[in-house]
Design a protein around this ligand. Structure first.
Ligand SMILES: [Zn+2]
Length: 286
């Protein structure tokens, strides 16, 4: 594409309020909605996407993601993709990225990928469109994306990558579509996601009694799991005991500690993983 003017459709992303203070790639399932072609998007982006897909269909243009992984990407999925494409061993004349304080080199023949947590796919706002560069499709997109609150991020080299930029200010074309396609209230994600969201409400309620110090401290803690050792584990073991799950503070995350963590999680209506994640830290520190 050398008609560069057509391509200057880049609008800065306004973040929905629901994404403020949310860690990219770690969106709560209740914020995500399945889209019909596979994959998930933030619910505001999903509405805009569905509205745009319908409008395109009326004009004889099919819009779908390149794959379900090219919609919302969890932090772990982004990291797995990143580790596949980048290596620590230096390669001359290859592009680099900084991740976890280290310089990573793009492997030969691999396409660049955003650093984990840095992609708008991690916010559920971006989607990669299948064969977006096909002339008829591209022409339609150029004429219509803005109406539905989408625009490109890198033009013209990434015609497939568009993201929803309008935050909570739902564009009129999307509002119009929503009138004709009303969604059931509170229906986000798959039934399993909805169940998780409902259960999480209990946690949210408990959280409101949590001091900001406890939340802050929990945020500074790493996830802990079976086989690890160290000072944080010692602290977690002491806290388990404090909550009535007697645990010797040896700083060794063995099978016995794991079982106690599971018991603690069960009692506190957390997901029973045996891993001391952020939710578990919050409950332990409360
Ligand atoms: Zn993309």
């Amino acid at each position: 594409m050398n008609k560069k003017v057509e391509w200057d459709i880049i609008v800065p992303v306004k973040l929905p309020i629901s994404l403020k203070n949310v860690e990219p790639g770690k969106l709560h399932p209740s914020l995500l909605r399945d889209i019909p072609q596979g994959g998930k998007l933030h619910y505001l982006a999903a509405d805009a996407w569905n509205a745009m897909v319908d409008a395109a269909k009326k004009d004889g243009i099919e819009l779908k993601p390149t794959s379900s992984g090219d919609t919302y990407r969890s932090y772990d999925a982004q990291k797995a993709g990143f580790l596949q494409r980048y290596q620590l061993e230096p390669i001359t004349n290859q592009s680099t990225k900084t991740f976890e304080g280290k310089t990573w080199y793009l492997k030969k023949g691999m396409a660049m990928l955003a650093t984990p947590g840095k992609s708008q796919h991690n916010l559920g706002l971006a989607v990669d469109i299948h064969t977006a560069g096909e002339p008829k499709r591209l022409k339609w997109l150029i004429a219509n994306v803005l109406k539905f609150g989408f625009s490109w991020e890198v033009v013209p080299s990434e015609p497939w990558h568009i993201r929803y930029t309008e935050g909570d200010a739902v564009p009129q074309a999307v509002k119009d579509w929503l009138v004709l396609n009303p969604k059931p209230a509170g229906m986000f994600g798959t039934p399993a996601d909805q169940k998780a969201a409902a259960e999480n409400k209990i946690v949210e309620q408990n959280k409101s009694n949590v001091s900001s110090e406890a939340l802050e401290e929990a945020n500074s803690k790493p996830n802990l799991r079976l086989g690890q050792t160290g000072r944080d584990i010692k602290q977690a073991q002491r806290l388990l005991s404090k909550h009535g799950f007697q645990c010797s503070p040896d700083g060794d995350f063995g099978a016995k500690t794991e079982q106690l963590v599971k018991n603690f999680q069960e009692k506190n209506k957390l997901s029973v993983s045996g891993i001391i994640d952020k939710e578990t830290w919050v409950a332990l520190l409360s």
